[in-house]
Design a protein around this ligand. Structure first.
Ligand code: GLA
Length: 728
């Protein structure tokens, strides 16, 4: 299998199908990182270099050997206090007030299957699919132990990593920094690829050469954020979509994070990813444990396409769970852009009637159905139906809608509270606020203290009362602001609140998915403000962005595709002019772009022409026809829409028997050049038939010279081409 221990060399080797990861316990008990890259045999300790380096300290035990310094050596778990002055993965404040820890090797275990983490999301696999390596390190002076857990999934080229800190000492300690994963290269001419953005324009790609100093991404917002996604890529300068070495690190966590890349004095590169260390000071009493959220890593020697595909398959089949993991998601119509907060029960019922005529399968009642929610500055926290507004009990409306033959779904924002709500009037202390200070408001709302189990229990109870009706088959879990005023009345230790908040979130989500296995949960945070691997463990799809404009979505979904599978991307056809940017795009284009995800609509069909309504029927048919290919096919980016005039992508069946090619024209010029789209991943020497024209094309030419896109008049045209491999 994938994990080998060489006792004589004290060498650990993790093999996946196409990669090897290696580390070694050195004579002083430090766990040194030797290698991560293309699969190889052998021992790579020849890469280590020992020299007397000025101002790089030596551990006491090294005696007069000045060539041994942790300031220079690549490590699996660098901590402060060892003479390594680069950024550490671990900072412990000990019981005596001192900082630092020197963690030395104690032992290891190789286990069948993939470890799980109590209270936290994690990649899962059966015993035949994965192995776990646990390496115990300990600081003998303080008794603090850290176990590094590695999960190895050879078939999909994935290595995961998590940490367990155990306070085996006699006094209370505080974790001041704990970054789950560290990749320490002895060299490293890399580019750092990260995904930055903002509300309504998430996950733009930035690629920068790693220079001296540190480049840091992260979130101090309590959520993973629109501003930086908790995933990063290190790629050789020459790596492209299809060639070259690259590494991905993705944080399976939905709160604040820090991703850091540092090039040191000897041009060595260190990449760290894990919890944010701001407002983080997590106490551990003697005997207590702390689990660090997981990081998923993958390596590709065939460029970024392969890197993304590895993550796609891992998240789609080893992280997402539940009934909807593999089946086609229902085509839904969401009420938000159709009527915002301005509706009554009858209007929603009429929306549902229209929807069912068009072939839509589920009606989602978005924000506005509960409490005193007539505007967006009241009602959050009061999760009972506003019958006055609806004109009927929610259950009654839900039953009427399901009787039309539709599924029914509903929106919640469970972590939020308005000051103008019954809940706030009763429990103002349940909101995160600092005593004596006026809190920061955002969208006129505050955040509930989910680090307090009593608050979580209350919201869970309220939600169950609604969901127990049995009519609800989908829940959109929204979160519409960043955290601030992170003070909990529930604890003396404010340095634990941000992480405990996320544990509270995961606790309620876990209870919900267990109690309602038939409900499809969709994540959301003002669109893609919490689009992370942690959420995918509970919600197999996430509303990708509040920006539903098809053209902006080409960019947003392009960036998203680097780290996340199509099946995770909530994408809807909305009205024009688009509500976020006023752009007009053809109806067909909106369909093609929304089909790059869990497909649906977000508009009022009553405002559409009969021609547009016919198009909806066709689109739904088409989506249903190709849903398997879209959801489970191998995803290829065919262009870079930031650089090229066309945005294009392809879904290829695993056995290459068919593919769906999608292209959106982003630029328009008179008498312009023809765009040839080069397809990817096809086996050599076969013929593919375009199912619309019937024309046959050689696979090699499709990949070498491409397929010409039509030069139709009009802005933002889109094309979808279905090719099927012909029998020889
Ligand atoms: C957020 C979501 C939207 C919608 C609104 C409702 O912005 O991303 O899709 O649900 O909240 O208030």
């Amino acid at each position: 299998m994938g994990i080998i221990y060489d006792e004589k060399e004290r060498l650990f080797t993790l093999h996946t199908g196409n990669s090897t990861y290696q580390m070694k316990v050195d004579p002083y008990g430090f766990l040194l990182h030797l290698y991560y890259g293309r699969r190889t045999e052998g021992c790579m300790d020849y890469l280590l270099h020992y020299a007397d380096r000025g101002f790089s300290g030596n551990p006491y035990e090294a005696g007069s050997d000045r060539t041994y310094s942790l300031d220079v050596l690549p490590q699996e778990l660098p901590s402060n206090g060892t003479g390594d002055y680069r950024s550490p993965a671990v900072v412990v404040k000990n019981g005596d007030g001192s900082y630092g820890g020197v963690f030395r090797y104690q032992g290891y275990r190789i286990l069948d299957g993939k470890y799980s983490i109590p209270g936290l999301p994690a990649v899962y696999a059966s015993s035949g699919e994965a192995q776990t390596l646990e390496i115990d390190l300990e600081d003998p002076v303080t008794g603090v132990g850290i176990t590094i857990m590695y999960g190895v999934l050879p078939a999909i080229d994935i290595i995961t990593r998590s940490l367990v800190v155990f306070n085996g000492g006699k006094s209370r300690i505080c974790l001041e920094k704990l970054q789950t994963a560290c990749l320490d290269w002895v060299g490293g001419e890399y580019d750092f690829v990260s995904f930055y953005g903002r509300h309504v324009m998430e996950r733009n790609l930035q690629r920068m050469p790693v220079g001296h100093g540190s480049q840091v991404i992260g979130s101090r917002r309590g959520t993973s954020s629109h501003q930086y996604n908790p995933m990063m890529i290190l790629a050789e300068h020459s790596a492209t979509e299809d060639f070259g070495s690259c590494y991905a690190m993705s944080f399976v966590y939905s709160g604040g994070f820090k991703g850091e890349v540092e090039k040191d004095q000897f041009n060595q590169t260190r990449a760290l990813l894990g919890l944010s260390d701001e407002q983080f000071s997590y106490p551990l009493e003697p005997g207590e444990r702390f689990y660090a959220p997981e990081v998923v890593m993958t390596y590709s020697q065939e460029g970024m396409a392969r890197l993304s595909q590895n993550l796609h398959i891992c998240f789609r089949t080893h992280l997402c769970r539940g009934k909807y993991r593999d089946i086609r998601r229902p085509v839904l119509l969401n009420s938000w852009e159709a009527s915002y907060l301005d509706f009554d029960g009858e209007a929603i019922y009429q929306l549902a009637r229209q929807a069912v005529e068009l072939g839509v399968e589920m009606l989602v009642l978005d924000d506005g159905w509960f409490g005193k929610r007539d505007s967006d500055n009241s009602g959050l926290g009061d999760w009972y139906a506003n019958e006055e507004k609806l004109g009927e009990p929610l259950e009654h409306l839900a039953r009427r809608i399901t009787e039309l033959g539709l599924k029914f779904g509903i929106w919640f924002e469970p972590e939020a509270i308005n000051e103008d709500s019954d809940l706030f009037r009763k429990h103002p202390e349940w909101a995160l606020t600092i005593p004596g200070r006026k809190p920061v408001r955002a969208r006129d709302q505050l955040v509930l203290d989910f680090s307090n189990p009593q608050v979580v229990d209350h919201i869970f109870g309220q939600m169950c009362k609604i969901l127990d009706s049995g009519y609800i088959e989908y829940v959109k879990w929204d979160m519409n602001r960043s955290l601030s005023d992170c003070f909990s009345r529930h604890t003396q230790d404010q340095g634990r609140v941000l992480h405990d908040y996320v544990l509270g979130l995961y606790d309620i989500l876990e209870r919900l998915v267990q109690r309602y296995p038939d409900i499809l949960f969709e994540g959301c945070s003002g669109g893609g403000g919490r689009f992370d691997a942690g959420m995918l463990y509970y919600t197999p799809q996430i509303w990708c962005s509040d920006n539903s404009d098809a053209i902006d979505r080409v960019w947003i979904q392009y960036g998203t595709s680097f780290g996340y599978p199509v099946s995770a991307v909530g994408a809807h056809v909305s009205a024009v002019p688009n509500h976020q940017n006023g752009r007009f795009t053809p109806f067909d284009t909106r369909g093609v772009v929304a089909m790059a995800g869990a497909f649906g609509y977000e508009l009022d069909p009553m405002k559409l022409s009969s021609e547009e309504k016919e198009k909806i029927k066709d689109q739904i048919q088409r989506y249903k026809q190709h849903a398997g290919l879209i959801q489970q096919g191998i995803y290829y980016r065919l262009t870079d829409p930031f650089e090229e005039p066309v945005g294009a992508w392809e879904y290829l069946a695993k056995d290459a028997s068919e593919l769906l090619v999608n292209a959106v024209m982003l630029e328009l010029h008179g008498n312009g050049p023809v765009s040839y789209l080069k397809l990817k991943g096809l086996p050599a020497g076969c013929m593919y038939q375009d199912m619309e024209s019937g024309k046959a094309y050689p696979s090699d030419a499709l990949m070498e010279s491409g397929i010409p896109l039509p030069m139709a008049m009009g802005e933002y045209r889109a094309y979808q081409m279905h090719f099927v491999r012909m029998k020889k």
